[in-house]
Design a protein around this ligand. Structure first.
Ligand code: SF4
Length: 288
């Protein structure tokens, strides 16, 4: 069994367990997951796997607890999202992330591959304070292969700078889908499902302290909530024990002046959590 197959099996079983369809008891589930994680940790077939497109898993299949309540930790029987690569050092994780980006460039798992100029995997540092997750690349990103580089990206960089973050030093930026949807439409469920394994592996390799979802699409997919972003922005969720805070998408805020103030309130919330929980030292002149 290869790493991706083991990951897929863990996610399938987790989904079944959460839905009450798992055939065994909790102890047998834990034993099975431990065996599968051993397979994932061996690194056997790693070179081949890093070129292989994963199949079959997505964020819903992996048993995303989709917490509807703030500060809810993942159940303790779920593997921690960093577990697949917990023994890898920084250099090896970076190699794996580079291999993942190479695999994404070849990916044809969904129809978005047909229209892309370049895939956009992500950008930033390992072990960031925050991983920002948008919905998908736009035109500028499709041409450059980099996330959030157009007007919305420059605006996002200003948000980050205001609370002492940057993609060069302590943040990582990515999207739910890695290829541009035509005319910047929302990603379709089959597209986000097909692309989800890439994001899951990114999270495991990058190891963010916090996730911030940008806009309703990534928020809905990672939290499972059906509530609108105007209702839930700035509240705390948990994606399998990683704190997650939804906020608005910068391109939407550029079109809606009335959302600027709520965004700054969200940034204050994020900043305060990072100060209290991650030893973050943001600029003193922050004006939320
Ligand atoms: S959007 Fe994701 S799944 Fe679809 S082709 Fe691009 S990388 Fe592959």
């Amino acid at each position: 069994m290869r790493r991706y197959e083991a990951l897929d099996a863990i996610l399938r079983d987790t989904r079944d367990l959460l839905r009450g369809r798992y055939g065994g008891d909790r102890r047998s589930f834990q034993e099975r997951v431990e065996k599968l994680m051993t397979v994932m940790g061996t690194g056997e077939d790693a070179a081949e796997d890093d070129r292989k497109v994963p199949s079959g898993s997505d964020l819903r299949r992996e048993g995303n607890p989709a917490p509807a309540t703030a500060d809810q930790d993942a159940p303790d029987h779920l593997p921690h999202p960093f577990a697949p690569y917990q023994d890898l050092n920084v250099a090896t994780r970076q190699e794996r992330l580079d291999a993942l980006a190479a695999a994404v460039r070849q990916c044809t798992r969904c129809s978005l591959a047909m229209g892309r100029t370049m895939s956009v995997t992500g950008e930033g540092v390992l072990d960031p304070l925050v991983m920002f997750v948008g919905e998908g690349p736009g035109g500028d990103e499709d041409r450059s292969g980099r996330p959030f580089v157009g007007a919305a990206g420059q605006y996002l960089d200003r948000w980050l700078s205001a609370i002492g973050l940057s993609r060069e030093t302590n943040a990582y930026i990515t999207n739910i889908v890695k290829c541009r949807p035509p005319n910047n439409r929302d990603p379709q469920p089959e597209e986000s499902d097909a692309c989800a394994p890439w994001l899951m592996e990114q999270i495991a390799l990058v190891r963010p302290r916090m996730i911030v979802t940008l806009g309703r699409i990534s928020t809905r997919i990672l939290t499972g909530t059906t509530q609108g972003i105007t209702r839930i922005h700035g509240t705390f969720y948990s994606w399998r024990s990683i704190p997650l805070v939804p906020t608005f998408h910068p391109s939407a805020v550029l079109r809606r002046d009335e959302w600027r103030r709520p965004v700054w309130e969200d940034l204050k919330t994020i900043r305060n959590w990072l100060v209290d929980n991650a030893g973050h030292r943001p600029p003193e002149d922050f004006r939320g």
